[in-house]
Design a protein around this ligand. Structure first.
Ligand code: ADP
Length: 512
């Protein structure tokens, strides 16, 4: 808030006012692309101790918001004013605004006001921690107790709520099978014996009771509808947001409240009326059998010796050689989908991917945001960004940003020469004989054997071009060991490599 002009006395500019206001709101990082009039704001922000990261692409800049704000470090409460040139982020104070886009008229930046007339106003309140109604908790407990085929679905809300300890207690106490959504992976570690991710379709299709912990029944969960779910499935929905309740499926019980708090309430109820879902039930047998079959199939593909490599072989080696506590960023089509199943998460809030809307071009931005915060708060933590070759192309120039700030991110490009699938160099050259590439090259094809690693070496990082498992292992070992230098491993795979056959291909099916 400011009044008066600065004809006399110490003057402060509009840009300085903005920077000081952000600082007063504990903003720590700002991501942006400068030009008139935002350069002044970025300079003013640096002057008050806010770290400014200059990005190359507006789309990537915007992705920072999702990375640092809602999914990763801070709270999901704030929906800031949106524009797209500067993004201010704070990470440390849970329950305060995580980020906002700054949308300010150019004239304001150059405004001069008298310093003595400026007051800063704290405009944010800490979020309430809400509990569910006791009667709803009792109803949910009764439904779970009568269930023959229960399933706990853990969503991003559980990660935001930092409910990992209580959810793990609930899983252990009641012996419930659980399934994480992609970015809830790690809330309970993926290697927990009750994780049924490898039997996802079976679990969703046959569960009679679903406890939905902070996940929406959107397209990723097939809207909670048949044939993916049972017609008579009873959903117990736990969510903090009233307008999310009952979307697509009418819940059998509604627990409106913060997940950590509601999980504690459930634990209290179960401590009075203990429930241990039998580990020798038909349901568990069926799930375990499916898990074993699926894991065997993935293992078979992973251990194939033929060249070029397939996705499963590549992920197998990545899984073996990356640190368990790294922050994993991933985007692409097959690369992200197969990576979700092949790369386990052991800790909460360590996975960032294209998320609900499947937005491409976010990966490098997420990695930069994560690496900036890791550098300050957990310097031992590595950020590993696994990209499809098509996804990498969206924001590839952010490699320059990574090198400029010397962020030791490891980018792995899983390169199949295309979007979904591509052509090898021979097929490509044959294709060109048919005429103008614009009329005959398949729209999903990208240039074969592109040397994306040279983008990294062009800016001073380390680039590796690998074609065999041995080369991949060596490149992974070298880049994981080097904690100082950004690197990019370009992994050539079979351009026709595909996912295992899906029972419910959903959006990946095509008439082509
Ligand atoms: P996913 O992709 O994991 O399914 P979504 O983003 O679709 O996750 O849904 C997350 C849900 O979690 C949203 O409906 C949101 O309202 C809810 N949520 C967020 N934070 C909390 C919290 N602290 N407690 C309870 N629910 C939460």
């Amino acid at each position: 808030m400011a009044s008066g002009s600065s004809a006399e006395g110490e003057a402060v500019s509009g840009a300085q006012l903005i920077a000081a206001s952000l600082k007063a709101q504990s903003i720590e990082y700002m991501f942006g692309i400068v030009g008139i009039p935002v350069t002044e704001i970025a300079i003013a922000a640096q002057a008050v101790g806010i770290k400014y990261v200059g990005m190359r692409n507006e789309q990537a800049t915007r992705s920072m918001s999702c990375s640092v704000r809602s999914r990763f470090f801070t709270c999901p409460w704030w929906d800031g004013k949106c524009n797209h040139e500067l993004l201010a982020v704070r990470t440390s104070i849970y329950g305060r605004p995580g980020s906002c886009y700054i949308d300010i008229p150019g004239d304001f930046v150059n405004l001069q006001v008298n310093k003595s007339s400026v007051k800063y106003v704290e405009c944010c309140l800490p979020p309430p921690v809400s509990t569910a109604e006791h009667s709803a908790v009792c109803k949910a407990v009764a439904i779970i107790a009568h269930s023959k085929q229960p399933l706990l679905i853990i969503g991003k809300g559980a990660a935001y709520s930092r409910a990992e300890n209580n959810i793990k207690k609930l899983v252990d106490l009641c012996g419930l099978p659980f399934l994480p959504t992609p970015m809830a992976k790690g809330v309970v570690p993926d290697n927990h014996p009750n994780c049924v991710a490898a039997a996802r379709s079976t679990a969703l299709q046959h569960a009679d009771v679903i406890i939905l912990l902070g996940a929406r029944l959107n397209w990723i969960l097939h809207f909670g509808l048949p044939p993916r779910f049972r017609q008579d499935v009873k959903v117990i929905q736990i969510d903090i947001c009233a307008e999310e309740l009952g979307n697509n499926v009418r819940p059998a019980a509604i627990l409106l409240g913060d997940i950590n708090t509601v999980t504690k309430q459930l634990l209290e109820e179960f401590s009075e009326r203990p429930l241990e879902y039998p580990s020798n039930s038909e349901w568990w047998k069926r799930l375990r059998e499916k898990i074993m079959n699926n894991e065997e199939r993935s293992k078979g593909l992973a251990l194939q010796k033929s060249l070029p490599m397939n996705y499963y072989t590549v992920f197998h080696h990545i899984r073996e050689l990356i640190p368990k506590d790294c922050i994993l960023v991933s985007e692409g089509a097959n690369t992200m989908d197969i990576g979700r199943t092949m790369l386990p998460n052991y800790y909460p809030r360590q996975r960032l991917d294209a998320g609900t809307f499947g937005t491409m071009g976010v990966g490098l931005a997420f990695a930069i945001a994560a690496a900036m915060v890791a550098k300050d708060q957990t310097p031992e933590k590595r950020v590993i960004c696994i990209e499809g070759d098509s996804a990498f192309g969206f924001s590839g120039m952010e490699v320059e940003t990574i090198c400029r700030y010397n962020l030791p991110i490891l980018i792995i490009v899983v390169n199949n020469n295309g979007i979904y699938t591509g052509l090898d160099a021979d097929a490509w050259n044959e294709m060109l004989k048919f005429g103008d590439p614009a009329t005959c090259v398949p729209p999903v094809s990208l240039l074969p054997n592109s040397h994306y690693e040279e983008i990294m070496s062009a800016f001073g990082g380390k680039g590796y071009f690998v074609k065999t498992p041995e080369e991949l292992q060596n490149a992974l070992k070298a880049s994981v060991a080097d904690r100082q230098t950004p690197s990019l491993i370009n992994v050539m795979i079979d351009p026709q490599s595909e996912r295992k056959k899906q029972e419910f291909p959903w959006l990946t099916r095509s008439n082509l």
